[in-house]
Design a protein around this ligand. Structure first.
Ligand SMILES: Nc1ncnc2c1ncn2[C@@H]1O[C@H](COP(=O)(O)OP(=O)(O)OP(=O)(O)O)[C@@H](O)[C@H]1O
Ligand SMILES: [Mg+2]
Length: 302
C-alpha cells in the first residue's frame, strides 16, 4: 500500500490529486484507512464530499466503485441481479435444440455468466491493485429499509446469493458514505463509521482549492471571487454557494475575459453562483454592489 502512515502523508497524497485537505479531514481519513472503518461525510452541497472518494482512490491507485443512492434503491440494483433476458434466450435456444438437460440448464442459467454485478458486489471482488474504494454517495436519498440492509452489508462484507453461495471480500473495501443531510441517517449506521462534517472552506483554503482547480485564474481575480462568495455565504440565502460554484464562477469569468469584479459583471454571471431565482432576485439592485464592497473591504488587511 502507498505510504499513508502519517496524517501528513495522507494530506500530501490527497493534495497531489488536487484535493485540498485540512488537518481535521486528514485525521479522519487517516484513521479510517488505518482502522479499516467506513468514513461517513456530511455537509452542504458542493463542498467536496464526493471528490474525497475520487481523490482517495486515485491517490491509492485503487478502483473507485460508486453506488449512487436514490429514492427506491433496492438490493437488486445495489448488489446483484440475474440477467433475465439472457436467461430467457438461453432457455429458448435450449428448447429449440431439443432434449435439453434440465439440471445442467438450470445450473448454467444461475452461474456467473448470467449474473449482473452491481456496486456492492463488485466491491467485494478481489482486485490486483488492492481492495477498491467504495463510495456510497448521497445516502440520505434512500429509505430506512435500504439503510438497514446496508448496515448488514457493511458489518460483514459478504453477500449470499442463494444459487451461488456466499461471496466474501478477501480484503474489505475502503468505504466512504456521503450525505447532504436532507434527512438524518440512522444512528446504528453512523455508529459503524467515523464521522466528519465537511464545512465550507475558509478564505485561504478556498483560495488553495481555486488554485488547484482553476490555475489559469489570476490571483487578484481569484481573491475577489473567493471574498465575494465567502461574503455571500453570510447572507440569508435559500441555497448558499458551494466550492463547486466558486470554481464554476471563476471559469465563467475567465471565459468572459473578466479581470476584476463589478456589479454589472456579477449581475451577468450570477447564474453560476446562485441556482434559485429567489436568491438571484435578492441580489438585484444595490445588493450586489454592497456585498462586493464588503468583500473588497475584507481583502484589505486591517
Ligand atoms: N477541498 C477541495 N479540494 C479540491 N477541490 C474541491 C475541494 N472541495 C470541493 N472541490 C471541488 O468542488 C467540486 C464539487 O465537489 P463535490 O462534487 O465533491 O461536492 P459534494 O460535497 O459531493 O456535493 P453534492 O452534495 O452536491 O454532491 C468538485 O468538482 C471539486 O473539484
Ligand atoms: Mg456529491
Amino acid at each position: 500500500m502507498k505510504n499513508i502512515e502519517t496524517i501528513d502523508a495522507v494530506q500530501e497524497m490527497l493534495s497531489a490529486e488536487g484535493y485540498v485537505c485540512d488537518r481535521a479531514l486528514g485525521v479522519v481519513v487517516f484513521l479510517s484507512l488505518t482502522l479499516g472503518r467506513p468514513l461517513f461525510l456530511e455537509g452542504e452541497a458542493g463542498v467536496g464530499k464526493t471528490e474525497i472518494a475520487k481523490a482517495l482512490a486515485a491517490g491509492l491507485g485503487r478502483r473507485l466503485i460508486r453506488l449512487q443512492c436514490y429514492e427506491g434503491l433496492d438490493a437488486s440494483s445495489a448488489v446483484y441481479e440475474w440477467n433475465f433476458p439472457a436467461q430467457m434466450v438461453a432457455i429458448r435456444t435450449a428448447e429449440a435444440g431439443g432434449g435439453a438437460d434440465r439440471r445442467a440448464l438450470t445450473q448454467e442459467l444461475f452461474s456467473d455468466d448470467y449474473l449482473i454485478e452491481r456496486p456492492l458486489l463488485q466491491a467485494l471482488r478481489p482486485d490486483e491493485n488492492g481492495a477498491p474504494v467504495l463510495l456510497i454517495d448521497e445516502l440520505d436519498r434512500t429509505d430506512a429499509p435500504f439503510e438497514a440492509f446496508l448496515l448488514e452489508a457493511l458489518s460483514d462484507f459478504q453477500v449470499t446469493i442463494p444459487e451461488l453461495g456466499t461471496i466474501r471480500a478477501p480484503e474489505p473495501p475502503i468505504v466512504i458514505l456521503t450525505s447532504n443531510r436532507t434527512r438524518e441517517v440512522h444512528d446504528a449506521l453512523k455508529r459503524r463509521c467515523l464521522y466528519h462534517w465537511v464545512d465550507y472552506p475558509d478564505v485561504e483554503r478556498e483560495m488553495a482549492i481555486l488554485q488547484a482547480r482553476a490555475p489559469e485564474a489570476a490571483e487578484a481575480l481569484s481573491r475577489e471571487v473567493v471574498a465575494f462568495v465567502q461574503q455571500l455565504r453570510t447572507e440569508d440565502l435559500f441555497k448558499k454557494p458551494g466550492v463547486a460554484e466558486t470554481i464554476d464562477w471563476a471559469k465563467c469569468l475567465l471565459a468572459l475575459d473578466v479581470t476584476t469584479l463589478s456589479p454589472e459583471v456579477i449581475a451577468d454571471t450570477l447564474g453560476a453562483v446562485l441556482k434559485y431565482q429567489d436568491d438571484i432576485a435578492k441580489l438585484q439592485g444595490s445588493e450586489a454592489a454592497r456585498i462586493l464592497e464588503q468583500a473588497r473591504a475584507s481583502l484589505v488587511p486591517a
